[in-house]
Design a protein around this ligand. Structure first.
Ligand SMILES: C[S@@+](CC[C@H](N)C(=O)[O-])C[C@H]1O[C@@H](n2cnc3c(N)ncnc32)[C@H](O)[C@@H]1O
Length: 278
C-alpha cells in the first residue's frame, strides 16, 4: 500500500490489524504484508470469508440506504473500519447530500486512513475510540458538532460487537447507546454467529486471536437482545443477505454461510404501543 502521510507513529506494523485484514478482503488498498498473510491464511481455511465480508458491507449499505430514505440524516458508525468500498457517507450522501456521518474505530490505521480519505468532506468526522467506552464515544461525537442527539440518529454497529467479549458487558454498552438517542433513531447491527456454521468457520475464529481483538460468536437470541425494546423492522434479525435484498444476486443459495446475523430496529416514541416486530 502507499505509505499514507497520515499514518501515525503509534501504528503497530508488527501485528496484523483487524481493520486492515478486513480492508484487504474488501479489495481495499490500505493493508500491509503482515495483514495480507493472515488474510490469506484465514481465506485458505474459510474460502467463504471474503464473501462474508463483502456480504457484511452490502448489508450495511442496504441498511444505510433504507434509513436515509426513511429520513435519517445523521449517522454514528462505530467500528467503521477503513472507509474503502461502499462507505456509509457515500451511500447516505448519495441519497441526501446533507447527511452527516461520524466514524468511530479503535484501530489507529483505520482512523488515520479515514481522516485522510475524508479530510475534504465537511459533513464527516472520525474519532478514535473503543466501543467498550460508549459514554466517551457519545461525548466525542457530540463535540464534533455534526450530530444532534435531540433528533433521530442512525447508530451503526456493523461487525463490531463480536469484538466485545462477554466480560466487557456488551449488553450494557448497547443499553447506553440505545438510551442516548432520540425516539425515531435506528440501530443497525451485524454480528458473527456460531449458529448453522461448519467447523472450519469456528476454527477460523481461533485465528482472530492473532489480531489485536478476538471474536466472540453469539446466538441469534443474544444478538436480537442487543436491540432491547426497539421495534425490529422486517424481516427481523436474519442471515445478512436476507435483510431486504435489492436484487436476486444479493441472496445466496446458502445465506447462512456468511456466518453473521443482521438486523435493524427503531426506537419507539415514549408510551408508544408495542407494534409487531418484523
Ligand atoms: C469487520 S470490521 C467492520 C467494518 C464496517 N463496520 C463494515 O461493516 O464494513 C470491524 C471493525 O471494528 C473495529 N473494532 C474492533 N474492536 C473495536 C472496539 N473495541 N472499538 C471500536 N472499534 C473496534 C476494527 O478495528 C474494525 O475496523
Amino acid at each position: 500500500m502507499e505509505q499514507s502521510r497520515a499514518l501515525p507513529t503509534e501504528v503497530d506494523l508488527s501485528r496484523p490489524s483487524a481493520a486492515r485484514v478486513y480492508d484487504y478482503f474488501l479489495g481495499g488498498a490500505h493493508n500491509f504484508e503482515i495483514d495480507r498473510q493472515l488474510a490469506e491464511q484465514i481465506a485458505a481455511m474459510t474460502p467463504n470469508l471474503a464473501d462474508t465480508m463483502r456480504a457484511g458491507r452490502a448489508f450495511l449499505r442496504r441498511a444505510v440506504a433504507e434509513l436515509t430514505r426513511a429520513g435519517i440524516e445523521q449517522f454514528l458508525d462505530i467500528g467503521s473500519g477503513i472507509p474503502t468500498v461502499g462507505n456509509v457517507h457515500e451511500v447516505a450522501q448519495g441519497i441526501n447530500p446533507h447527511a452527516r456521518v461520524v466514524y468511530v474505530d479503535i484501530d489507529p490505521v483505520a482512523v488515520a486512513h479515514s481522516r485522510s480519505i475524508l479530510e475534504d468532506n465537511e459533513l464527516t468526522a472520525v474519532i478514535q475510540a473503543d466501543v467498550r467506552d460508549p459514554r466517551h464515544i457519545l461525548a466525542e461525537a457530540r463535540q464534533t458538532g455534526l450530530l444532534d442527539f435531540s433528533r433521530p440518529i442512525g447508530v451503526l454497529l456493523a461487525g463490531v460487537v463480536h469484538f466485545v467479549p462477554d466480560e466487557d458487558r456488551p449488553d450494557e454498552i448497547m443499553a447506553i447507546l440505545r438510551d442516548a438517542v432520540a425516539p425515531g433513531s435506528y440501530l443497525v447491527i451485524s454480528h458473527s454467529t456460531y449458529e448453522d456454521q461448519p467447523q472450519e468457520m469456528l476454527e477460523a475464529q481461533k485465528l482472530s486471536a492473532r489480531t489485536s481483538t478476538e471474536i466472540t460468536l453469539r446466538s441469534k437470541a443474544q444478538i436480537t437482545a442487543y436491540f432491547g425494546d426497539f421495534e425490529i423492522l422486517d424481516p427481523g434479525v436474519v442471515h445478512m443477505p436476507l435483510w431486504r435484498p435489492e436484487s436476486p444476486d444479493d441472496v445466496d443459495e446458502h445465506p447462512e454461510r456468511f456466518g453473521a446475523f443482521g438486523g435493524v430496529a427503531r426506537k419507539r416514541a415514549p408510551g408508544a404501543d408495542e407494534p409487531a416486530a418484523g
